[in-house]
Design a binder for this molecule. Structure first.
Ligand code: PLP
Length: 443
């Protein structure tokens, strides 16, 4: 196929309202299009190999075009293309969730299936509210999020989320929501791994309990590592302290592991890495290696059993999606979990993350760099914003990297990287060399 065959006509560029994208600039500028993917690489419409330092969008954890996953989807499409899961089901939904429950931590062995991380976040919040009501604590309705948090784009997610631009245009959002402070402290710059300072930021939850009274607070939701806001690693001891305060006041703790799940930190989930037990875990992305949209909420047996025992109606939870447990997503999910397991990819991420850490921190003296943060196979590189034009410098770096054959992600003036777990040392070297060169060329 000719490279030009991939290129949409100027007319065709008009219809797609691109998400989280400056549409006017994209459509009038130099278009970046990806047309193929394999292993660690994309191919662009003009035939260039592009090294993927972001696993797509934090999601292709096993790399691209994995044979087992591709075959499972193709086969499943010809056997059972769709079956509903309201009042009837199909075997794969049970097989997949059963398999998933084996790697879910602690007693989170029940799974509610959604189609995205946003739906997983909203589902987890709804389960938390309904759980307290089931137990006769109907006044526990308040939800606590955190500044700079991202929990997708549903109304629940943006209400507990803390990224201002994602909230400001959308009215009054959910009522009864409050926020913890974010965990980014200036004294922690250039921390390798978990920062030393800031466990006491969790004590802000005690202050919210004092302000609102524990009897009104249902749940706290946090990303164990905040990704979309530009990689904020939790200070040592912070998550444990949050858990303790939640236990003290009968508040549910929700970990949004949409980006940290499925090996990103070298363990199945961040809950394993930090050794902290959440009550609910939001998942998506790596759950199917991003091949078919799927999200999920891992639910503790205790919460599930409460619904089964206390529900006064035959349906215990009035919630679900047409595509909860879609057969193609379940087939992809099973093949994905098998791929992770057969190739030992979570352990592989743990093994290579010290090399990743040293490599990304070698950019400490690169032009414009004011902070570097990392954990597992995640890195954030913060740049000085351009005077009067925040985000412009990072966008220029993004464009230049793409031209140089490297896909990075930028958010604000922060470069965020989260490569597939199959990454080799040579790829890491190439990422770091390209970034250094590009930063040097960028005004
Ligand atoms: N939660 C977190 C922590 C995320 O990082 C994301 C997406 O990046 C979401 C939720 C939303 O997921 P989705 O885009 O699949 O709705």
């Amino acid at each position: 196929m000719e490279a030009s065959d991939h290129f949409p006509s100027p007319d065709a560029l008009n219809s797609f309202w691109m998400p989280f994208t400056p549409n006017r600039a994209f459509k009038s500028g130099r278009h970046k299009l990806l047309v193929e993917a394999d292993g660690m690489y994309y191919r662009s419409h003009d035939g260039r190999e592009i090294l993927d330092s972001t696993a797509g969008l934090w999601c292709s954890n096993a790399g691209h075009n994995r044979p087992k996953i591709t075959a499972a989807i193709q086969t499943q499409a010809a056997v059972l293309d769709f079956a509903p899961t309201f009042n009837i089901a199909h075997p794969l939904a049970f097989e997949f969730t059963h398999k998933l429950s084996h790697i879910l931590p602690y007693d989170l062995k029940k799974v509610f299936l959604t189609n995205s991380g946003s739906e997983a976040a909203d589902t987890a919040l709804k389960i938390a509210l309904a759980y307290h009501r089931m137990r006769g604590n109907g006044a526990k309705t308040r939800l606590i999020g955190r500044e700079r948090a991202y929990h997708g784009t549903g109304f629940g997610g943006i209400s507990v989320g803390g990224i201002v631009k994602n909230r400001m245009h959308f009215g009054t959002l959910l009522t009864g929501v409050d926020h913890l402070p974010h965990t980014h402290l200036p004294q922690n710059v250039f921390s390798k791994g978990e920062p030393e300072h800031g466990a006491d930021l969790a004590d802000a939850l005690e202050r919210l309990v004092t302000l609102h009274d524990a009897s009104t607070i249902a749940a706290v939701i946090v990303e164990p590592v905040a990704g979309s806001t530009g990689v904020l690693i939790p200070p040592k001891g912070y998550l444990k302290r949050l858990r303790e305060i939640c236990d003290k006041h009968d508040i549910l703790l929700i970990f949004d592991e949409v980006i940290t799940g499925f090996g990103r930190l070298g363990t199945p989930f961040a809950a394993n890495y930090f050794d902290v037990r959440p009550d609910l875990i939001c998942m998506a992305k790596g759950i199917t290696n991003a091949t078919v949209p799927m999200g999920a909420v891992g639910v503790s047996n205790r919460i599930y059993d409460t619904f089964m025992q206390a529900s006064e109606t035959p349906i215990e939870l009035f919630h679900g999606y047409t595509y909860s447990g879609h057969p193609l997503a379940c087939a992809a999910g099973i093949a994905t979990l098998e791929t992770y397991e057969e190739e030992g990819l979570f352990a592989r991420a743990a093994e290579i993350s010290p090399y990743w850490q040293d490599a990304v921190h070698s950019l400490r003296d690169a032009k414009h760099v004011i902070d570097i943060r990392n954990l597992g196979l995640i890195a954030g590189i913060e740049l000085t914003p351009r005077e009067g034009a925040p985000t412009a410098r990072a966008l220029e770096v993004f464009d230049r990297c793409f031209e140089a054959g490297l896909l990075i992600r930028v958010t604000g003036d922060i470069i965020a990287m989260s490569p597939p777990l199959i990454i080799e040392k040579a790829h890491i070297d190439c990422i770091v060399e390209t970034l250094r060169r590009v930063l040097d060329q960028t005004a």
